[in-house]
Write a protein that binds this ligand. Structure first.
Ligand SMILES: NC(=O)c1ccc[n+]([C@@H]2O[C@H](COP(=O)([O-])OP(=O)(O)OC[C@H]3O[C@@H](n4cnc5c(N)ncnc54)[C@H](OP(=O)(O)O)[C@@H]3O)[C@@H](O)[C@H]2O)c1
Length: 320
């Protein structure tokens, strides 16, 4: 099969199209399926792994990557099923999480998949899994966002952020979105009540207070954001490793019993994918795709995401 392969850590150019053996279902893959990949997406996770970011090397290989193919989001059709699979049959259209979706075939656990939401293309569905799980779980489970609360979403135009704006609205919150000026109009069209341009306004110094400050891009320190929190307000960050002062601040908060700063790791699971699919089908959630690339230009998707200014999501059309 054709796959975007990386055999060494380095710049985007280390990702190259190759012909490799397709994955097969093994006897121990009872609850796994083989997916014929129609579409995938590129996430900061893929960029960090490709570049050899130090904290991922203990699990991914110190000197060179243990795996050949990146890609954690998939949309496609079921090509084969393990003997214990109960939820899917051959030919079903699905979307969800896996490892190695930048290829024509990938194996996935059935409990990390859900049926393709009605009305969504494979490209649209592939834009959702990781970013939507992150936003949904970050807002609903970690921040415990309630209807009527005020939330500020920093990084509202990115993969996680643009979905967080829509999910926060669907949960009934009043949303203030922070993005750069040119993105303000379309973020407002996604449902934000208020928009702030981070190049002109520091949201921690406006005097406004929020029940939740959700940093979707991991750009702000907790101690700065306390200025923008109500006394019981919580701060959720999706990337504590991006702000050098954040980990010590989180450690200090834990030591002093301050439970307001929070972080989490998204878990792609069938229940939440189904919830996200239902929001899409009700018209409350719409993934925005900035650009679709063919599989042989996967390196370009890494350059795009690495630049740090993606508007919505970047998708790879594997089967055109
Ligand atoms: N915790 C988890 O399980 C989990 C899961 C997925 C992702 N993540 C992390 O979450 C972060 C976001 O992921 P993503 O896919 O949304 O990334 P992304 O799409 O690459 O984010 C790009 C966005 O960041 C915005 N941005 C850049 N600098 C900014 C600033 N100073 N202030 C506000 N916005 C700024 C950009 O807006 P402009 O173009 O307007 O500047 C752009 O829209 C990443 O760090 C990723 O590693 C964590």
């Amino acid at each position: 099969m054709k796959a975007a392969v990386y055999r060494t850590y380095g710049p985007p150019e280390v990702v190259k199209l190759e012909e490799i053996a397709p994955p097969v279902l093994r006897p121990e893959d009872g609850k796994r399926v083989l997916i014929r990949v129609h579409s995938a997406s590129t996430n900061p996770f893929d960029v960090l792994h490709r570049s050899g970011f130090l904290p991922i090397r203990p699990s991914n290989g110190w000197l060179k990557p243990k795996t050949l193919v990146l890609g954690i989001d998939v949309a496609g059709t079921i090509e084969a099923i393990g003997p214990e699979v109960t939820r899917f049959k051959l030919g079903d259209a699905v979307y969800g999480g896996c490892f190695g979706s930048h290829a024509e075939f990938v194996r996935a656990r059935e409990d990390a998949l859900a049926p393709l939401p009605a009305g969504l293309s494979f490209d649209q569905a592939a834009a959702l899994p990781t970013a939507a799980m992150t936003a949904l779980q970050g807002l609903r489970d970690v921040a415990s966002l309630q209807a009527g609360q005020r939330i500020l979403i920093n990084g509202a135009s990115g993969g996680v952020g643009h979905l967080a704006v829509q999910i926060a609205r669907a949960l009934g919150a009043e949303v203030t979105a922070v993005c750069s000026g040119p993105n303000g109009a379309w973020v407002k069209a996604l449902g934000a009540d208020h928009v702030l341009d981070y190049t002109r306004v520091d949201f921690t110094r406006t005097g406004e207070r929020y029940d939740v400050v959700y940093d979707a891009v991991g750009k702000r320190a907790y101690f700065d954001c306390t200025r923008a929190l109500t006394p019981a307000g919580v701060f959720v960050t999706e990337n504590p490793l991006k702000v050098w002062s954040l980990l010590p601040q989180l450690a200090w908060a834990a030591l002093t019993g301050d439970k307001r700063p929070r972080m989490h790791l998204a878990d792609t699971n069938a229940q939440d994918l189904t919830f996200i699919g239902a929001l899409c089908e009700k018209g409350q959630l719409r993934p925005v795709i900035e650009q679709v690339y063919p599989l042989d230009q996967t390196a370009a998707t890494h350059r795009h995401v690495e630049a740090g200014h993606t508007k919505g999501k970047v998708v790879i059309a594997v089967r055109t």
